[in-house]
Design a protein around this ligand. Sequence first.
Ligand code: AMP
Ligand code: MG
Length: 414
Amino acid sequence: MRESPYPMISVEAALHIILQHVAPLQPVRMQFGDAWGLVVAEDVYAAEAIPPFAASAVDGYAVIAADPSPVRRIIGAQPAGAMGTLTVTPGSAVHVMTGAPLPAGADAVVMIEHTSLEDDGYIRLHTQPAVGDNVRPIGQDVAAGQLVLSRGTVLGAAEVGLLAAIGKTHIAVYPRPRVAVLSTGDELVDPHQPLKPGQIRDANRYSLLSAVREAGGQPLDWGRIPDRAEAVHEALESALREADAVLTSGGVSMGELDLIKPYLAERGTVHFGRVRARPGKPVTFATVDGVPVFAMPGFPVSALVSFEVYVRPALLRMAGHTYVHRPRQRVILEHAIRHEPDRTEFQRAIVTRRADGRYTAHTTGYQGSGRLLSMVGANALLVLPAEQEMFPAGSELEAWLIAPVREEETPANS
Ligand code: AMP
Ligand code: MG
């Protein structure tokens, strides 16, 4: 029996090792408008208050709240956009628009809906205002000097809008990791090519480039490499020079032409070369000159599941994310599953939130590691612990959610 020289480690141990060896990339400064989806690498303080002046929150009339007169003379209008010169005195009111500065003298605004127009430029108030009604004081939303975004915050739509609002036009962020993706195998041809006998099309390069993009990385297509030592070495060396991380598929098993592991061992450190997992047992993690290299098995599902389990968290860490794991959810099996109780298995599944609030899961059919269709449409990886062989219907298991959970179709939401 010929055995791999690499010890078989657990999924948890593998993840732990990876996260110990990858670190956030060097931050860069960029225009805030280009920074959506990135993680902030500085604490951001507001230089000015929002709003910067006391502003009317509604269309209406600026008045003195304590003034008892039910009818007031309109002395003018104050639109949004500039400070006015009008001063409200007892018995008078200024017509104000939403967002307009509160005129001098006024301390409240009465909504237009609570007033009626009298003859000769007077209004009648139908409510008695209190001081501060419908007025947004200076700094109500953001105080000058306030910490508004802390390092580690992901820039979503609200965060980008906030940067605009405070005039923070340049921001330090962690860049998208540049990830070189290459596939190996003499049997592979490009997708547009016709197949000769013995050939298959290269699926992994495209699935992995897409997965990198989905994880917020910048994918670099490093091509399709034949199973020749010099070609593999050359491709790896150029990728190591140019990229922040390198992903390969194929060539990590026990075959004569499985050239990746020996080269990584010679050039750097192989931190693990086998994981007690299905699919993806021969997945390999190495660092060469500080660059992480993930060498994944060639079977398309093995490559993609390995990406999910090992590579995605690493890329998120490099991009500065604090939370690098997919959400995990306890689910109830809709049907029985039997599996080989030798390794942790990640079965592709569809998780549904039922009308009664329970989360249930069924698998996507035959789970062969070549069958990409088992991953198509899946929104979860169902984790089958190594120790157990049979999981009856109704068993509770952990699922890693890789896409939004389905909602049960009910008359109310269908
Ligand atoms: P390997 O890990 O190189 O031994 O490959 C395992 C299996 O995956 C073989 O059947 C390969 O033909 C297949 N395979 C390898 N690379 C790819 C790829 N890029 N796209 C599709 N199938 C692949
Ligand atoms: Mg191969």
